[in-house]
Design a protein around this ligand. Sequence first.
Ligand code: PLP
Length: 355
Amino acid sequence: MTTRIYLDWNATAPMDPAAADAMAEAARTWANPSSVHVEGRRAKALLEDCRERIASALGAFPQQVVFTSGGTEAIGLALNGAQAKRRLVLATEHAAVLAAAPDAAVVPVDANGLAHLPALEAGDLLAVQHANNETGVIQPVAAIVEAAHAVGARVVCDAVQTAGKLPLPPADFVAVSAHKLGGPPGVGALVVRCADDFAAVQKGGGQERGYRGGTENLVGIAGFAAAIEARRADTGWLDRAGKLRDGMEARLAALGAEIVAASAPRLPTTSMIRMPGVPAATQLIRFDMAGIAVSSGSACSSGKVGASHVLAAMGMAASAALEVIRVSLGWTTTAADIDAFCAAWETLAAARKAA
Ligand code: PLP
């Protein structure tokens, strides 16, 4: 089998070996953490140890960490568990946010994907993502939270793409997910900094201090803890990835690529690249055949390439948006991976020009 090059880290990061080891070890502590016997208490001790380690890596307090089945559930818990007079969501939010608050007022963004905030009022609950999963554009969450708190509004932040990369934003509710940072899919957490007027959505046996019913996924949580610690231990990886990303963008721009939101603050691991004249669907197939996994920013669970609501909200014409792919890097991405991608990009763009 030829060696594959994985440049789709924003979809899911490869599982960190430390996470896989921690999960194998935790599988031996299989009891229910709510049971009072020795086995149960052992499982509870592991659960609380993981909670402390995850909280410490995130810069939160352990009692603020509510484990969930992932980012989607954490977002739903925040948006539907917190009382609000009015809900507002950015137009570029992930589908998990848009679907959790279908009646929310939609906040527009500018051509760089940055929020145009309306006047907020007391009792508002605003969802603002930390970094966009398609473009990597980073919202000024700290300033937005300050403005919201000044009028008595609260902020939910989807930090699924930034947890393990950037410091946790200072929002009232912050959603994180393990599988974007080297842990397993199917586990995440909501950091609850303001528990006033906040209650469980998924009710049950009173787990997670009553905020989320259901026996905790201890094996997954152990993988989450190991992965987030691995990210914190390697402080240089984000800079390394950022240099590779910047070099790639400069090289492709010289070949005629258009980089989406190039001048906006962005996650250093993410790039959205338009190859004029070549549909994204064609690009994805060609890169896949060349051994390179990338995605269209708008890839959805059906695997189809559709129009991106994120690019549409930024004012990009649908015809141009359908020629954009997302390249996302991670901690094991090498200069050779990026060279191979740039070479494949050049070949494809040259073939289009010759056609
Ligand atoms: N929010 C963002 C920005 C994401 O990228 C994702 C994952 O694709 C989610 C939320 C959903 O997270 P999960 O897959 O853990 O439910």
